[in-house]
Write a protein that binds this ligand. Structure first.
Ligand code: URA
Length: 174
C-alpha cells in the first residue's frame, strides 16, 4: 500500500457505476484539496468503509437500526443508530485492507470513517488531531461531501491535509 490511506464513507451514484471510490462530485472536491495540500492522489490508497451505495438516499442511516435490531457489538454509528449485522462484513473488509496495507497514515474522512477506525464519530471534536489506532496513526478530518454542503469547512480540511502530508513521512506518533 501507499504511505497514505484515505478512507471515505460509502459510494455515491458515480462511484456505484464505476465501482471505484471518490470519482463523483466528492472526489472532485477531494482532488482539489489534495492538490492544494501537495499530496498526489495517485500515490494514495483510497477506499471506503462501505463499498456500496446506501440506498435510496445515499444516507448511512439506511444501513442502521436500533440497538435491539442488531447483535453486533460495534458502537453506535450516530446517536442511537447501530449498523445492521448484514453490513458488518464491509467494516471487517476495511479493517483487513488497513492491516494488510499498513500505511504510515490513515486519513479518516468524516464521522463514518472515524467511527470504523477509531470507534468515535464525533468528527468536529476529533478532527485535526493525530490519533492512534490498532491500524496505526490516524488523522480524522471532514468529509468532502460535508464540505460541498458547508464550504467554510474546506479551509481547515486543507490545513489538516497539509498536516497529513507531513505525518505521512513516518509511521510513529511523535
Ligand atoms: N463519498 C465517499 O465517502 N466515498 C466515495 O467513494 C464517494 C463519496
Amino acid at each position: 500500500m501507499s504511505s497514505i490511506c484515505i478512507v471515505g464513507e460509502a459510494w455515491g451514484a458515480e462511484e456505484e457505476k464505476a465501482r471505484l471510490p471518490f470519482v463523483g462530485p466528492a472526489g472532485w472536491c477531494l482532488n482539489k484539496m489534495l492538490e492544494e495540500a501537495g499530496i498526489e492522489r495517485q500515490r494514495c490508497y483510497i477506499t471506503n468503509v462501505f463499498n456500496l451505495r446506501p440506498k435510496p438516499t445515499n444516507d448511512i442511516s439506511n444501513l442502521c437500526g436500533k440497538r435491539a435490531d442488531v447483535t453486533n457489538n460495534l458502537p453506535p454509528l450516530r446517536n442511537g443508530e447501530y449498523l445492521h449485522d448484514e453490513y458488518v462484513p464491509e467494516v471487517e473488509r476495511l479493517w483487513e485492507e488497513l492491516r494488510a496495507g499498513s500505511p504510515n497514515l490513515i486519513i479518516a474522512m468524516g464521522g463514518t470513517a472515524s467511527w470504523a477506525i477509531l470507534g468515535d464519530s464525533r468528527i468536529s471534536k476529533i478532527r485535526g488531531a493525530i490519533a492512534e489506532s490498532r491500524f496505526g496513526k490516524v488523522l480524522p478530518t471532514y468529509h468532502p461531501a460535508a464540505i460541498l454542503r458547508q464550504w467554510d469547512l474546506r479551509h481547515v480540511t486543507v490545513l489538516d491535509l497539509m498536516k497529513a502530508k507531513r505525518e505521512a513521512e513516518f509511521p510513529e506518533v511523535r
